[in-house]
Design a protein around this ligand. Structure first.
Ligand code: TMP
Length: 223
């Protein structure tokens, strides 16, 4: 039985997901919730190795189907070795990207049949689904410029055409409007603190989070 809660954060390049994921962890810990931060592709030893194959090298290193299969291989390892064991012991899991990224990038972006992706996803994840997903949205050019400025070697996707990233962005927005109960779209162009408090408000109300009081006042610093 899964006793923890599964939260995912999604969006295009440079929308600030990683920063917001860390803020979510801080928020949950401030409510004394035990939580881990993980990410895809990656999040387990095997998946981290596959990540290196995916995020480095030439843009056409993989054809879209091979890329999708690698992503699912990484996801399977991550889910089985990291996500499920944590959720089973009651630890909450915050994941920087998950299956919505596959639908947006490989489905909407590269044109892989979404029914095929959904079927593969069902096989790989079983009944595991995020309880709540934050989709950080920003204009494609703004996000890509931010991501390229950050630099580093993990830039294989960032170098793909703007049109690809725009299809992925629209894909995320379509996913959000098709699943409004799970997905919350957040304006990623706002200042970091504003984005964090928009997410925080939603999490506090969704999970009915309450701070434990000692001596009549909260022992925890405000988020
Ligand atoms: P990151 O930089 O956010 O960690 O993600 C690495 C890249 O992997 C990012 O450019 C998007 C891509 N990606 C996919 O194309 N499909 C997926 O399913 C996932 C999880 C990531």
């Amino acid at each position: 039985m899964l006793r923890g809660h599964f939260i995912t954060v999604e969006g295009g390049e440079g929308v600030g997901k990683s920063t917001q994921c860390r803020r979510i962890i801080e928020l949950l810990r401030s409510f004394e919730v035990e939580a881990i931060l993980t990410r895809e592709p990656g999040g387990s030893d095997g998946a981290d190795q596959i990540r290196q194959l995916l995020v480095t090298g030439a843009e056409d290193r993989w054809d879209p189907l091979a890329e999708a299969l690698l992503l699912f291989a990484a996801r399977r390892d991550h889910v089985v070795r990291t996500v499920i064991p944590a959720l089973e012991t009651g630890i909450w899991v915050v994941c920087d990207r998950f299956y919505d990224s596959t639908l947006a990038y490989q489905g909407y972006g590269h044109g892989i049949d979404r029914k095929f992706l959904n079927a593969l996803n069902k096989r790989v994840n079983g009944n595991l689904e995020p309880e709540i997903t934050f989709i950080l949205d920003a204009p494609t050019k703004v996000g890509i410029a931010r991501a390229l400025k950050r630099g580093g070697t993990e830039d294989r996707y960032e170098r793909l055409m703007d049109e690809f990233h725009e299809r992925a962005r629209q894909g995320f927005l379509k996913i959000a409007s098709a699943q409004p109960d799970r997905c919350v779209v957040i304006d990623g162009t706002e200042e970091i603190g504003t984005v964090a408090s928009n997410i925080s408000n939603k999490l506090v109300s969704h999970f009915n989070l309450e701070r434990r009081k000692t001596s009549g006042r909260s022992t925890l610093s405000p988020y």
